[in-house]
Write a protein that binds this ligand. Structure first.
Ligand SMILES: [Cu+2]
Length: 114
């Protein structure tokens, strides 16, 4: 029984890679995220960006995993999109105006003040 499970797992990995010709996944450091609202801000914001198929923010490790279509968008544009949402993405600093418009809890150190 265990063997069947392993074979199925291998098959599903192979299928995943096989169907994955067009999409890539990148892990972007988003060190300025503070809380659950930040997670939603980024995930909701990126869901509206053409060429991005999925994103998942991990608050604990402060990284954002992004799946994207490589022929429609690239990493530097994704970084820019995250910056435009008010958050740092790798070496790209957050857009200042957008950052200022974030709720206090989403600003750096904001969660310490609550
Ligand atoms: Cu937040």
């Amino acid at each position: 029984m265990k063997k069947i499970y392993q074979i199925q797992l291998l098959l599903s990995i192979a299928l995943f890679i096989g169907c994955d010709g067009e999409t890539l996944e990148v892990v972007i450091n988003t060190p300025s995220i503070q809380c659950g609202m930040c997670e939603r801000n980024i995930e909701m914001g990126l869901s509206n960006v053409k060429g991005i198929s999925a994103s998942k923010v991990d608050l604990a490790t402060k990284v954002t995993k992004v799946k994207y279509f490589k022929d429609r968008i690239d990493i530097s544009k994704i970084e820019k999109e995250i910056s435009n949402l008010g958050y740092q993405a790798n070496d790209i600093l957050a857009d200042n105006i957008k950052y200022e418009s974030l709720p206090a809890c989403c600003k750096i150190g904001g969660m310490d003040k609550i």
